[in-house]
Design a binder for this molecule. Sequence first.
Ligand code: ZN
Length: 69
Amino acid sequence: MKQYIINVNKDNNGNNEIHTSDCYYKPEEKNQKELGYFNDEIEAKNFAKQNGWSNADGCFHCCRKAHTG
Ligand SMILES: [Zn+2]
């Protein structure tokens, strides 16, 4: 399992991007909120959407299966 975090700030597309805790492209620490440990980014994204992050989207680099734009 991997640890996932979400960017509390929206990107240019209006999405809150999800990253693994070891992604090079994750936001700086003050802009991160921990989501927890999941088997993959699909699970992490589903969890985020169920917990108020309706614009959650996977990072292109570390969460490609959950990346839509
Ligand atoms: Zn990432």
